[in-house]
Ligand binder design. Structure first.
Ligand SMILES: Cc1cc2nc3c(=O)[nH]c(=O)nc-3n(C[C@H](O)[C@H](O)[C@H](O)COP(=O)(O)OP(=O)(O)OC[C@H]3O[C@@H](n4cnc5c(N)ncnc54)[C@H](O)[C@@H]3O)c2cc1C
Length: 440
């Protein structure tokens, strides 16, 4: 029989989002337990390719109460991010149950029941912080099983130098695809083809040496009707007319895509130069795979050694929470960043909505919202309990008096009011004053 743990708050996921929320809660004196599927923190970061650097400015890579390390300059290296998270987790004043994967979440009368691989937990509040990139997604292209080359998701990129001398097809040029293309541009693959459905909103990493992301707060303060055309103009002025090289752009602007659709900007750091020089080529979308060839939807085909699918991730929330109607058509939470869901009290999400300043900064904003929301709920619940207790005590006392009224009791108007109507007298303070009078 699995143990049953009763908790006040459970945070599911010990990534930066779950840890930031746990810290905000424990900072307010609210007990929280973190459940983490893996055996240590930062596993998603460790699994990413070793040359990865954050594409956000260091000043936005801090976590609440812990600034980003300065050792790497402006863009943190992958291993620095790992150490940053390890240090954060080590200082957390809350237990983390590692090796505890949550497999089922159901609503119960007084909160939530969470079934995990190690037992069953009950809590009044649960914070879902399981990440946007839980499940790498590769489209089910016809003939996929016949493909003789290597087909991998960009999440498994590894060291890109291993693609030297190979014919590589990168599918998708969003944030991750462009990151892979930037790294490929610095190596020696035999050929690189890029297949895109809609081109990305792409910006250079820096303008005249100044890192663009340093201005993220400014972008966030401006309306999208200003930033959408401003980013298009920046792209055009600094990167040129990429349509001439076959790279189309999505009809919607980058800010709209980020804030409405959760699609992050692509950051150029070598890809565009390789495209313009003819080293990289844009090709049509894949129709099917056939042995060593990829057949494209213009009817042509290419010999390919490696396909890197930069085709996104799924959240894996559907099996856990789909039954509650809290997810959108992409399986992402509707209340994605610590907002209260009036239909599901005690259910909170963090880490599912990108913002200009990036996920580290977003984790702090969501953590604050969630911790203050839970604090209010806990205070209200405790006031309700106190009121209930005071009333119960009053009812208890009054019924005792009713059983054995004294002459003095009968003379007291306050006592009469209490014995006939336990709710009379209004506030608990008034009620207890009445009781004191009664006892005198
Ligand atoms: C290649 C790449 C580069 C990126 N670069 C940047 C960047 O430069 N800047 C930036 O801001 N963001 C970046 N991101 C996005 C960023 O990594 C994530 O969105 C961010 O880590 C979110 O953190 P999180 O805590 O929400 O989720 P995660 O880091 O994914 O952590 C979720 C945790 O929950 C655990 N978990 C999952 N399911 C369960 C379960 N059922 N039970 C228990 N535990 C569970 C996981 O094991 C994991 O530890 C990048 C993403 C990728 C893929």
């Amino acid at each position: 029989m699995s143990p049953i743990h009763a908790e006040r708050v459970l945070a599911i996921g010990a990534g930066l989002s779950g840890l930031a929320t746990a810290r905000a809660l424990s900072g307010r004196g609210l007990a929280v337990t973190v459940l983490e599927a893996k055996d240590r923190v930062a596993e998603p970061w460790r699994a990413r390719h070793p040359a990865l650097r954050l594409n956000i400015h260091r000043k936005f890579a801090g976590l609440p109460g812990q600034p980003a390390p300065r050792a790497d300059g402006i863009y943190l290296k992958r291993d620095t991010v790992v150490r940053h998270l390890e240090r954060y987790a080590a200082q957390l004043d809350a237990p983390i149950h590692f090796g505890t994967e949550v497999t089922e979440i159901v609503r119960v009368a007084d909160g939530w029941q969470v079934t995990a691989t190690t037992g069953v937990y009950r809590a009044a509040h649960i914070v879902i912080a399981t990440g946007r990139e839980s499940l790498p997604h590769i489209p089910d292209w016809p003939g996929r099983k016949t493909f003789e080359g290597e087909l991998l998701h960009v999440g498994d990129l590894g060291d890109v130098s291993r693609f030297d001398g190979k014919r590589v097809l990168v599918v998708g040029a969003g944030n991750s695809g462009t990151d892979a293309l930037n790294h490929l541009a610095a190596h020696r693959p035999k050929a690189v083809m890029v297949s895109v459905r809609n081109g990305p909103a792409i910006v250079p990493r820096s303008i005249f040496g100044y890192p663009i992301h340093g201005l993220a707060r400014l972008f966030a303060a401006l309306p999208v009707k200003v930033t959408d055309p401003a980013f298009k103009l920046t792209e055009r002025l600094l990167l040129g007319d990429l349509r001439r090289h076959g790279l189309t752009s999505h009809p919607e602007g980058g800010s709209t895509r980020l804030l409405r659709d959760g699609v992050t900007f692509a950051i150029d750091d070598g890809f565009v130069a390789a495209l313009k020089s003819g080293r990289f080529r844009i090709v049509p979308q894949i129709e099917r795979l056939d042995g060593s060839r990829v057949v494209l939807n213009d009817g042509t085909s290419r010999e390919v050694d490696v396909i890197i699918a930069a085709t996104g991730y799924r959240t894996r929330l559907e099996p856990l929470l789909g039954h509650l109607g809290v997810l959108d058509e992409n399986g992402r939470p509707i209340h994605a960043m610590g907002e209260r869901d009036p239909d599901n009290p005690g259910l909170w999400f963090t880490g599912f909505k990108p913002i200009f300043t990036g996920f580290f900064d977003a984790s702090g904003i969501a953590a604050k919202r969630i911790a203050s929301g839970i604090e209010v709920d806990v205070a209200e619940a405790s006031a309700r309990r106190d009121n209930g207790g005071a009333r119960a005590r009053l009812v208890g006392r009054s019924s005792m008096r009713m059983r054995r009224p004294t002459a003095k009791d009968r003379r007291s108007p306050v006592a009469r009011r209490i014995t006939t109507n336990p709710h009379a007298g209004g506030s608990p303070a008034r009620a207890s004053k009445s009781r004191t009078e009664w006892m005198d």
